[in-house]
Design a protein around this ligand. Structure first.
Ligand SMILES: [Zn+2]
Length: 405
């Protein structure tokens, strides 16, 4: 019977294929499609049934919505200086409010006016199902995204990342403040609020420039983000073919378009939540190729949404059962595919091995250096062990909801 080393080697082989043979896998690109076809084939070799590529409409860019939000708000500020009329301040208030709303909605993966305006493009998830030996009493989903991010300058160092983080918050607050100021200006005919709008425009303009630059950069090969998650998921699938669970049906959802707003995660839930039911445990593997395994206690870019308590209890139990791994929880720094599930009240947990980019300059996150050379087999093995432990726990949940020994 294969051992952990064999499964780790399988994960590494998948990472090698995805990051080097296929290479950078931008959302909605041909390479993303090739990755989906490759993993579907691998699922079939792991005896998964109902293996399918499930098409959906995704988005080709994560930065265009933010560019649009900033552009709209900046246009309002420009307009109040060009047309010094009271009514123009009312227009600028609406435009800044639209910018703030659009930016917040996009960061929370919600539909807003921007998603209706921006172009969509075709993407697909690869989905398959692994059956247990006995009657199905539980369901789990192993999810990892196939697409890779661009390599903007603001991910290139901790200093840049800090500047970017401040600008994300600053530009959002500035649009909200400008909306309020212009509204007051229009209401009371205070023409001096234009100066508030001008100061507020500074972070918006800087964020606009950075997002514009970001959209011109090449995609990363994404060995850690997120061929690592895909590799571990496929290796676990192979193990399930050899050592199937007793009562837990395991679904594989290898998604497209996560980096641009978790469109693949949302499409998977749209298509399958009814079949999976509200109690299915969704385990999301996102960047598990370097460092110590952690689970997210909250997920999101601006608004952090708390992980479902039921799956947090499972994670804490796994940490207790695997003391050597010293696994602990942390708040996520950006969104993952778990966010769309958590927003729908579902039971979803993200595992990663990513320390804070503010304290660690050696992450290769969203950089051209995110290559196989920087993937640590030990991190893959640890993640495999944690996923296996979680699946065992789920398989042993009693009818009363307790985990049987
Ligand atoms: Zn990722």
């Amino acid at each position: 019977m294969p051992d952990l080393d064999d499964y780790t080697q399988q994960a590494l082989d998948h990472i090698c294929y995805l990051s080097e043979r296929i290479g950078p896998r931008g959302s909605c690109t041909l390479a993303e499609r090739q990755a989906a076809e490759y993993v579907a084939e691998q699922m079939r070799t792991a005896d998964a049934r109902n293996v399918q590529l499930e098409p959906f409409w995704g988005a080709p860019s994560t930065y265009r919505p933010y560019l649009l939000a900033f552009a709209v708000a900046l246009f309002g500020t420009l307009a109040v200086w060009l047309v010094r009329e009271r009514w123009m301040m009312a227009v600028a208030a609406v435009l800044s409010a639209l910018g703030a709303w659009g930016m917040f909605a996009e960061s929370d993966l919600a539909t807003s006016w921007m998603r209706r305006l921006l172009p969509r493009a075709a993407s697909r998830n690869a989905v398959g199902v692994l059956s247990p030996t006995g009657e199905v009493k539980h369901r789990a989903v192993l999810c990892a995204h196939l697409d890779t991010h661009r390599t903007p300058v603001f991910y290139s160092s901790t200093t840049w990342y800090l500047v970017f983080t401040l600008l994300v918050g600053g530009s959002f607050v500035s649009m909200a403040v400008a909306a309020l100021a212009y509204a007051m200006g229009a209401l009371f005919d205070w023409s001096w609020v234009r100066w508030i709008g001008l100061v507020a425009a500074v972070p918006q303009f800087l964020a606009f420039i950075l997002c514009f630059q970001a959209d011109l950069t090449p995609f990363t090969a994404g060995a850690n983000d997120n061929a690592s998650g895909v590799g571990v998921a496929l290796a676990v699938a192979r193990r399930l073919a050899v050592e199937p669970l007793a009562h837990t049906e395991v679904w594989l959802a290898l998604t497209g378009c996560e980096e641009v707003g978790a469109y693949g995660g949302a499409a998977f839930l749209d298509a399958h939540t009814a079949q999976l039911g509200p109690d299915a445990v969704h385990i999301i593997l996102d960047e598990v190729g370097s460092g110590r395994v952690r689970y997210l206690t909250a997920d999101g870019l601006i608004r952090k949404r708390k992980t479902h308590p039921r799956v947090l209890a499972l994670a804490r139990r796994a940490a207790y059962e695997l003391p050597k791994l010293k696994m602990h929880g942390q708040v996520g720094i950006a969104y993952t595919d778990a966010l769309v599930a958590t927003k729908r009240g579902l039971v979803a947990l993200t595992l990663n091995t990513l320390p804070s980019p503010l304290t660690n300059d050696n992450l290769h996150w969203h950089r051209t250096s995110d290559t196989l050379a920087h993937v640590d087999p030990d991190a893959l093995a640890d993640t495999h062990v944690v996923v296996w432990q979680l699946l065992q726990q789920i398989d042993h949940i009693s009818a009363e909801g307790n985990i049987k020994q």
